[in-house]
Unconditional design. Structure first.
Length: 144
């Protein structure tokens, strides 16, 4: 081997050591960032639980609305069968309030639908990106 070859190898080794040092610094930053992300997962879980709670509350309110409609329909049917209709008169007076309440339910349902679709869409994008990154990670390793 010539002196030039030794010098060239020595320079390459120093350059590689510099690369490795830089890579270690970057890895330390990445590990710190990942640690932060992992700690923030609790916030994600909390946000998903709050969304699940909103869905449950909406389902409960829909059930209450269904019960009110059934009561009103029952009163109408009783009146049509010849009943006195005492309850029906009160329900008829409140019908416009019920119409407004139903319009509000429609609006709330549409808002919840949009939020739900955003949550699921963002989750799917994140999950797909993470899966792709992990699968590429295994194929990016140098041979040897």
């Amino acid at each position: 081997m010539t002196t030039l070859t030794h010098l060239q190898m020595h320079r390459e080794h120093r350059a590689w050591e510099s690369d490795i040092s830089f890579w270690r610094d970057e890895l330390a930053v990445w590990q710190e960032e990942l640690g932060k992300v992992r700690s923030e997962m609790q916030q994600l879980e909390q946000a998903l639980e709050e969304h699940a709670k909103a869905l449950r509350e909406h389902a409960s309110s829909l059930r209450l609305q269904e019960e009110a409609l059934e009561k009103h329909e029952h009163a109408i049917a009783e009146f049509e069968k010849g009943g006195e209709g005492d309850e029906l008169l009160e329900l008829a007076r409140k019908h416009s309030e019920e119409a407004q309440r139903h319009a509000r339910y429609r609006e709330l349902h549409e808002q919840l639908k949009r939020r739900h679709h955003q949550v699921v869409a963002h989750w799917n994008v994140l999950l797909r990106a993470l899966r792709e990154a992990v699968s590429r990670q295994g194929s990016d390793k140098p041979a040897g």
